[in-house]
Design a protein around this ligand. Structure first.
Ligand SMILES: *Cc1c(COP(=O)(O)O)cnc(C)c1O
Length: 376
């Protein structure tokens, strides 16, 4: 663990050793299956770590032009992209940098096929399909919910328009185990199996929590090998979370305490700006040394320094009363944090540190007033 008194708060600290631990697990899956694993940059795009990640993973995937450019510039590997709809302007640039382009429908493919072919580059194209099966309970994170715009259902899959397509893409999971994948595959096969025989690859998207302690790796390996052997396809996985799961922290300082029916503490980090998934998902991040409300002697409601009434991280208990200057370390803050930051209320962006394997704590980025002003 790094020395929390040495950093400027608020800040993110990413731990190379934890990242490496995840990458080793992913290496093992690739070795046992021949699948290719990509980093989904939307979850984690701290590109100072890309030289390390690219020694393990085969490339990056992007949600659009900017992430694709970042992947091409900073990561030595394949560049994949998927977007629910492309503009012609973006497509003209994407064809210059991407190795795989996934289209949301046969119609999108027909619209851009000409640009892809004219690029003169070898680009493998795929279609995102919606197998109409997922086990995600939160609608906002469920790509298969009713009337979803993400991917094409079998009913809408006009196979007269897929000439030139090499692969099918499915993304139907979120923070789930391989048991969910195993239950999803029969739905994929039932609807799209007949097309898979003619494809070069299948991309099983993200949402695979491969590096979580209780994840069942054997079932994942079995699923990947099954698809590879039955359809003769190269299998791709493109997890975001699993790559940097539990590999980073957000360090925050208590800047004031107050009372209103209970003890309150105001931190220099904001849920709304610096850990938006706490509100959106929602979820409760773990804080080192804390307990559930009332589990330890002193319970506080922790909130951010913004004017948003709901900028509340949660209720936590501690062995000692909190006081100004105390530092709290939030866990699992590498993913869906830095890349979702915003400067609502003129909040400063947290600094970014890297705890390196050799023990050095390197300050990667620091932000100031200009980073707020320049966007407005
Ligand atoms: C979000 C997403 C991912 C990454 O998902 P994780 O939950 O971070 O693993 C991969 N592919 C697509 C198409 C996505 O939308």
């Amino acid at each position: 663990m790094f020395d929390i008194s040495k950093v400027k708060t608020p800040c993110y600290v990413v731990d190379e050793a934890k990242l490496l631990k995840n990458l080793t697990i992913l290496d093992n899956v690739m070795e046992k299956t021949g699948c290719k694993i990509l980093l989904a940059q939307k979850a984690f795009s701290m590109y100072s770590t890309y030289p390390m990640i690219s020694q393990h993973l085969k490339g990056t995937t992007a949600s659009g032009l900017y992430e694709a450019k970042l992947g091409r510039e900073e990561f030595d590997g394949e560049v994949h992209v998927y977007s629910p709809a492309y503009t012609e302007k973006d497509m003209n640039e994407l064809v210059q940098i991407c190795d795989h382009i996934v289209f949301n429908s046969p119609k999108q493919w027909q619209k851009f096929k000409g640009i892809v072919e004219k690029s003169g580059r070898k680009i493998s194209c795929g279609i995102r399909c919606n197998p109409e099966y997922s086990e995600i309970e939160t609608d906002i994170y469920n790509p298969c919910f009713k009337n979803s715009r993400l991917g094409t259902t079998l009913d809408n899959f006009d196979d007269s328009l897929i000439d030139g397509i090499d692969g099918l893409h499915f993304h139907t999971m979120c923070e789930q185990g391989s048991d969910v994948l195993k239950r999803t595959i029969p739905h994929i096969e039932e609807k799209f199996g007949k097309y898979l025989y003619n494809m070069k690859w299948i991309n099983l998207g993200g949402g695979h929590h491969i590096t979580r302690d209780d994840y069942d790796l054997d079932t994942l390996i079995e699923c990947v090998n099954y698809l590879h052997d039955k359809y003769g396809v190269q299998v791709y996985l493109e997890p975001g979370e699993a790559v940097a799961l539990n590999a980073g922290y957000l360090v925050s300082e208590v800047i004031d305490t107050a009372k209103n029916g209970m003890d309150l503490a105001i931190l220099d980090a904001s849920a709304a700006c610096h850990m938006p998934d706490v509100l959106e998902m929602p979820y409760r991040p773990n804080i080192i040394g804390s307990g559930q409300a009332d589990e330890k002697a002193y319970t506080y409601r922790l909130g951010g320094p913004t004017c948003l009434a709901g900028d509340i991280i949660g209720d936590y208990s501690f062995d000692e009363p909190l006081k100004e200057g105390d530092r709290l370390v939030f866990c699992d803050m590498a993913i869906y944090s830095m890349c979702k930051n915003n400067t609502f209320n003129g909040m400063p962006l947290p600094s970014i540190y890297l705890q390196k394997l050799d023990g050095e704590l390197e300050l990667i980025k620091e932000f100031g007033y200009d980073d707020f002003k320049m966007r407005l």
